[in-house]
Design a binder for this molecule. Structure first.
Ligand code: HEM
Length: 494
């Protein structure tokens, strides 16, 4: 009897696998959509590339090989061309976020991670006033305080002293965002030895990895917590610490908050009311949103600045034209530049803005696929393919921004002029996402990036230690330059 079952079992398993494979090849509704062999069969393909830190590049390479519409998971289709933007990201609540985003919920669902469209609508309405340019310009002084510390730290560098510009701007971004989010002056810039930057990239890495196999959520998180894998436990520990810190900061800010005071995002959140019921946010909800500001706002801003400076320091022509424009339009820091307001600055500096846009294009940092769920029972038609209900559809900025059909054969080169000569609209790229779930913090990022660039480039000649350094990127959902950006500086006198 025993020998009978041992012969039967492998035959049954083999037959089941064969049937499954045949169904997969001949019946699966997405079978006609090409893609890497393993990606079409398992979501682990995406996890593997996040783990290797080459996630966005693996998807970009797959588009180069298989075309503009590819499968990057058994039930996940990724598009490269702009025709797909409308049906996916401008379709409103009929295309909600997928379960991928559950992996980013460390406290409670927040504006970024919620899949509940009604909740999102209410929360976005409560928060959008705080993120408007008019409101942000009222607390420009908050940005100024941290910018001044960044400027002074660099000014104090002895000539010829090598320092890591990427770390300096990361500390700036972290300080300014935590000030806006928690009203906490962490001053990591003032004490680099004592203050380690919090492990935001660890949180993003773990979120992206878990999210990539969304069908296993939330069980994968529960199982992951118990697996004795030291590197995984270290990442999970970092995430826990980060969310504990966020709650701690928010609780102390709530205690200190004075009604009517509106100087930061946090003040605005504490005063926010549900427009229909008049109910304020609970402390847990405020913590959750403030935590999202930190995760979605600090690392994205500093990674963008790090890459922008890399491009400028390794493209002499662009660097010279930028210097010329800033010298003609922005006073030196100690000569009035310190007080310069963001308002009106963009229109005075077209070349500078082209440099920033080109950096966003060539090296977008928010490169995780932004998956949306097809909910229409009839499915949708995108780029000539019928996509059935229940499928995840997405685009990644990295692939869109490097579509050779649109950007041409030189898409891999940093050429700010393309924004001026061809008068391309910023809407052709999606570094901040598109549609009703696009970045709410875009104005904060824009203020930070332009102000830091003006303050540093106008006042210092920044010299890279390695003029020929080849750019390498860690791509794990929010990307950054690999390794430091080592430089020396010389103060400009005029
Ligand atoms: C260069 C800096 C930044 C980049 C590249 C960036 C990028 C993005 C992208 C691509 C999305 C859309 C995600 C999606 O569709 O799934 C997003 C959403 C979001 N971002 Fe940003 N972001 C930046 C800065 C900030 C800042 C400074 C904050 C806040 C302080 C912030 C808060 C958020 C939030 C809360 C959402 C969710 C919005 C919603 O679903 O309504 N971001 N961001």
């Amino acid at each position: 009897m025993a020998s009978y079952s041992t012969t039967l079992l492998p035959i049954v398993l083999l037959s089941c696998s064969l049937v499954w494979l045949l169904l997969w090849i001949f019946v699966h509704p997405l079978r006609k959509i090409p893609g890497p062999f393993w990606a079409r069969r398992t979501s682990l393909w995406k996890v593997y590339h996040v783990y290797r830190r080459d996630s966005a590049f693996a998807i970009q390479r797959a588009h180069e090989k298989y075309g503009p519409v590819i499968r990057i998971g058994p039930n996940h289709v990724n598009f490269q061309t702009r025709d797909a933007i409308g049906p996916i990201y401008k379709a409103g609540s009929s295309m909600p976020k997928t379960k991928f985003y559950d992996a980013f919920t460390a406290l409670h669902p927040n504006l970024f991670s919620t899949r509940d469209e009604e909740f999102h609508k209410m929360r976005r309405r409560q928060m959008s006033h705080s993120f408007s340019m008019a409101t942000l310009l009222k607390f420009e002084g908050r940005f100024g305080k941290h910018l001044h510390r960044l400027f002074s730290n660099i000014e104090q560098q002895p000539e010829g002293q090598v320092f890591d510009l990427k770390e300096s701007v990361a500390r700036y971004a972290y300080d300014v965002i935590s000030d806006l989010a928690f009203e906490k002056d962490l001053n990591t810039q003032g004490n680099p030895e004592a203050n380690e930057l919090p492990p935001i990239p660890d949180h993003i890495l773990i979120g992206t990895m878990y999210g990539m196999v969304e069908s296993l959520l939330p069980y994968s998180i529960r199982i992951g917590n118990k697996l004795p894998i030291p590197s995984l436990q270290k990442l999970l520990q970092s995430r826990k610490l980060l969310s504990q810190k966020a709650s701690e900061y928010v609780n102390s800010a709530i205690e200190d908050h004075k009604a009517g005071e509106k100087e930061t995002l946090l003040d605005n959140l504490l005063e926010a009311k549900d427009p229909s019921t008049g109910a304020p946010l609970t402390p847990a909800e405020v913590s959750s949103e403030a935590f999202a500001f930190l995760v979605a706002g600090a690392h994205t801003t500093s990674a963008t600045l790090g890459l922008l400076f890399y491009h400028l320091l390794h493209n002499r022509y662009a660097a010279e034209k930028l210097t010329e424009e800033l010298n003609a339009n922005v006073p030196l820091y100690n000569d009035g530049g310190k007080e310069i307001s963001y308002s009106g600055l963009e229109s005075k500096l077209p070349y500078t803005m082209a440099c920033i846009k080109e950096s966003f294009r060539i090296t977008p940092v928010f490169t995780m696929p932004l998956p949306r769920l097809v909910t229409d029972p009839n499915g949708v038609d995108i780029n000539g393919f019928h996509i059935p209900q229940g499928t995840a559809v997405s685009m990644i900025s990295q692939a869109l921004h490097h579509d050779p059909q649109f950007w041409g054969g030189d898409h891999d080169q940093y050429i700010p002029e393309r924004w001026l000569e061809d008068a391309i609209s910023f809407n052709e790229i999606m570094p901040f996402g598109i549609g009703h779930r696009a970045c709410i913090g875009r104005n904060i990022a824009s203020i930070n990036i332009l102000k830091v660039l003006c303050a540093l480039w106008r006042n210092f000649e920044i010299i890279p230690v390695d003029k020929y350094e080849k750019l390498e990127i860690n791509s794990l959902g929010v990307d950054e330059k690999k390794g430091p950006l080592l430089c020396t500086v010389r103060k400009r006198q005029m």
